[in-house]
Design a binder for this molecule. Structure first.
Ligand code: PLP
Length: 379
């Protein structure tokens, strides 16, 4: 019998503790493990950089909810991304990245890996011809974010997987915005899923973490080798908090989506809003593809305001219940100005974002309170 998403999120990798029957995996706050004679490891545990039972529980749960062969938990989303790049690529290789991506991901390519000879090209991923013509013999990865941060662009995962595989490249999908509840990239042909578990998976803005889930066991093992060799692992306390968040991902995401849809309706009707970016809208360029590959359209909403950058900044400043802050995916609603905040590192690059853009992470508070706050912030 195959289990449903919520059952996997609550139980996969989380058998009651064999010693006490504790229904929640304990926090194994230990760096090392007693060996039963030289080389006599108990259940494979030796040293907590290599493996820790709390982290193992999270890694197994992540693999299960993404439908992958192996999951790995890292200290942050960027640590996961860095480990993936250094596992798969070497100097003079080439990577295609979205021309609209999280600013920190862009910075990792442009300011860190480029110096070590890993070349990249930002390409509009909705344009399959542009992706095909940017591929070279050295292209090792087509890196996808969908929906993108912060413009909520949509890329066709299945079509891009086919394109990447024709040239022997891997398709990597950053699934942070959708979460595994709304979108399952491995089932659509992707090779590796990346997460900032800091966001919807953690879900409570109380922990920073990252994850990789590989569809193929051999690639998963290679990533695990590098996870240990490079050392950017999630600690046991962080793994435990992330696992606790994962258990309620499904119910939280449904409420995030319900609230986001109501926020979108308010924004569409507001005279000071010039554009609403949400893949659930029929006029959104990626609506059809999003409808094919996502269960619902998510909790992130971006919009542009009349009056340019100054007004966008003022809207952010006037909001009260929508807390002014970076990050996203927590139970509380957040508002930010991407140009000056999350995406400041992309200024002057092909990934620069419009200055009149405001991004919302719609939380799961009482919807009428959220709508009232937006009305007064836009007034
Ligand atoms: C889409 C996306 N990917 C990756 C990251 C990086 O994750 P972390 O901040 O956990 O390193 C972020 C962070 O905001 C993100 O929004």
């Amino acid at each position: 019998m195959t289990n449903g998403f919520e059952t996997l999120a609550i139980h996969a990798g989380q058998e009651p503790d064999p010693l006490t029957g504790a229904v929640v995996p304990p926090i194994y706050a230990t760096s090392t493990y007693k060996q039963d004679g030289v080389g006599g490891l108990r259940s494979g545990y030796e040293y907590s950089r290599s493996a820790n039972p709390t982290r193992t529980a999270l890694e197994e749960a992540l693999a299960a909810v993404e439908g992958g062969a192996r999951g790995l938990a890292f200290a942050s989303g960027l640590a996961a991304e860095d480990t993936l790049l250094r596992t798969v690529c070497k100097p003079q290789d080439h990577v295609i990245i979205p021309n609209d991506a999280y600013g920190g991901t862009y910075r990792l390519f442009a300011k860190v890996h480029e110096r070590w000879g890993l070349h990249y090209d930002p390409v509009p991923l909705h344009d399959l011809d542009a992706v095909a013509s940017a591929m070279t013999q050295k292209t090792k990865i087509v890196w996808v974010e969908t929906p993108t941060n912060p413009l909520l662009g949509i890329a066709d995962i299945a079509a891009l997987a086919e394109l990447a595989h024709e040239s022997g490249a891997l398709l990597v999908v950053d699934n942070t915005f959708a979460s595994p509840y709304l979108q399952q990239p491995l089932a659509l042909g992707a090779d590796v899923v990346v997460h900032s578990t800091t966001k919807y998976i953690g879900g409570h803005s109380d922990v920073v973490g990252g994850a990789l889930v590989a569809g193929d066991k051999d690639l998963g093992d290679e990533l695990a080798y590098h996870q240990n060799a490079m050392g950017a692992v999630a600690g046991p306390f962080d793994a435990w908090l992330t696992l606790r968040g994962l258990k309620t991902l499904g119910v939280r995401m449904d409420r995030h989506c319900d609230n986001a849809e109501r926020v979108v309706d308010l924004l569409l009707a507001h005279p000071r809003v010039t554009q609403v970016l949400y893949p659930g809208l029929s006029e959104h360029a990626g609506h059809e593809v999003a409808g094919k590959q996502m269960r619902r359209f998510g909790g992130m909403v971006s919009f542009r305001v009349a009056g340019g950058e100054a007004e966008a900044v003022q809207v952010c400043d006037r909001a009260k219940l929508f807390t002014l802050g970076e990050s996203l995916g927590g139970v509380e609603s957040l508002i930010e100005h991407p140009g000056r905040m999350t995406h400041a590192s992309a200024a002057g690059s092909p990934l620069e974002v419009p200055s009149d853009l405001v991004r919302l992470s719609v939380g799961i508070e009482t919807i009428d309170d959220l709508l009232a706050d937006l009305r007064q912030a836009l007034a």
